[in-house]
Design a protein around this ligand. Structure first.
Ligand code: EPU
Length: 337
């Protein structure tokens, strides 16, 4: 186990920001993790997973622990379902592909989401009508300060829309080392209600889709709307979709009758932040080496050598403009470091 000083984090964040870590350590075994925590738990630490949901606005004055624990195994199964344990450092999409190869269903709608297994529960990743919580059984985590191991059930994790206990009460206290998910082996429950998925399946003449067909449809949709971080730096949706009250929504609808919406409850309506940002005139806007993606206004991009500070300033300008025009506050989904 080597600790490298003054390491560039550019290869380890999908925004491709060239920030430096005071020191950096690649963690590939639980033993290494426990040993480094024993020595350094009282020092400033920064836990890095897939680096796909953060914007580095400055250098990290801490020891960066890059969680690269690998392994996927079936831990139990019945005729109809299987519980798979995946280690935190496995790439999320590679895991989805592995499940599809084994014909395990439940996460096909979550194809091509960037990031790693270990960070998926932190923000309860979701897309096209499915969230991680729908298949989550438990996760194992190590407490940073005393290195004890704890198993969190679905209830313990307290999932919400892009939320969990790991972002709230237990922020920065635990390192997730593995996740157990329950997936179907037969009679897969398919989620094809999302208009874009239905349209994509129809366009290909697929009337009785398999989980593999759904994954292909999701991949096609994502590839047409979302930039590939290998080509253009980004962190997916930069903002969360705001949830507003029925009263606020009726005022908004009065001024903007074409506003799309999704009813969550009688007094909670989700409005697509991408629509608000597009209406505010930011879609496709480029400033120097950064800007707003031209096909999805919710995504901020780094065309090459932008700094995290520049992107953060653009995010703040977008938030202010949306507030001024629509009186709606939009929160960042990405962690600002
Ligand atoms: N829209 C616009 N302009 C835009 C973008 C969106 O008008 O530039 C409007 C359209 O009316 C569209 C609606 O917003 O119908 C919804 O757009 P989309 O289906 O692309 O979904 P989203 O709400 O923008 C959310 C997730 C995505 C996820 C998709 C599909 C959040 C913050 N984002 O985006 O997640 O892939 O739904 O389920 O909830 C991510 O978290 O990184 C991410 C990409």
């Amino acid at each position: 186990m080597t600790i490298i000083n003054n390491a560039s984090l550019k290869p380890f964040n999908t925004f491709g920001i060239d920030a430096k870590a005071q020191s950096y350590c690649d963690i590939s075994t639980i033993e290494n993790l426990i040993s480094v925590l024993k020595d350094y738990h009282a020092s400033p630490l920064f836990i890095l997973g897939g680096g796909s949901n953060m914007l580095l606005t400055k250098d990290i004055e801490a020891l960066v622990l890059h969680i690269n624990l690998k392994g996927i195994e079936v831990i139990s199964e019945t005729d109809h379902s299987v519980i798979v344990k995946a280690m935190a450092g496995e790439n999320w999409h590679n895991f989805v592909v592995w499940c599809l190869e084994h014909n395990y269903g439940g996460i096909e709608n979550l194809s091509l989401i960037p990031g790693n297994i270990g960070t998926a529960p932190i923000q309860n990743i979701g897309a096209y009508g499915v969230e991680l919580k729908d298949v989550f059984v438990s996760c194992e985590a190590i407490k940073i300060d005393d290195q004890s191991v704890k198993t969190f059930s679905k209830e313990d994790a307290n999932f919400g829309y892009r939320e969990s206990i790991f972002k709230q009460d237990l922020k920065d206290q635990y390192i997730i080392t593995s996740v157990n998910l329950e997936l179907s082996k037969t009679k897969h429950q398919l989620y094809t209600d999302y208009g874009v998925i239905r349209n994509e399946l129809d366009a290909n003449g697929i009337t009785a889709p398999t989980i593999q067909d759904i994954s292909k449809a999701v991949i096609t949709i994502r590839q047409t709307k979302l930039p590939d971080p290998k080509e253009i730096g980004n962190s997916g949706s930069f903002f969360k979709n705001p949830i507003i009250s029925a009263k606020e929504f009726s005022e908004l609808e009065c001024n903007f009758p074409d506003v799309p919406s999704y009813k969550i409850s009688d007094d909670a309506i989700k409005v697509p932040a991408g629509w608000l940002i597009e209406k505010a005139g930011f879609k496709g806007k480029r400033f120097n080496d950064y800007g707003v993606h031209k096909k999805q206004a919710l995504v901020l991009v780094n065309y090459g050598n932008a700094s995290g500070k520049e992107i953060f300033e653009l995010a703040q300008l977008i938030q202010k403009t949306v507030k001024r025009l629509f009186n709606i506050s939009i929160e960042t989904e990405v962690n600002i470091i």
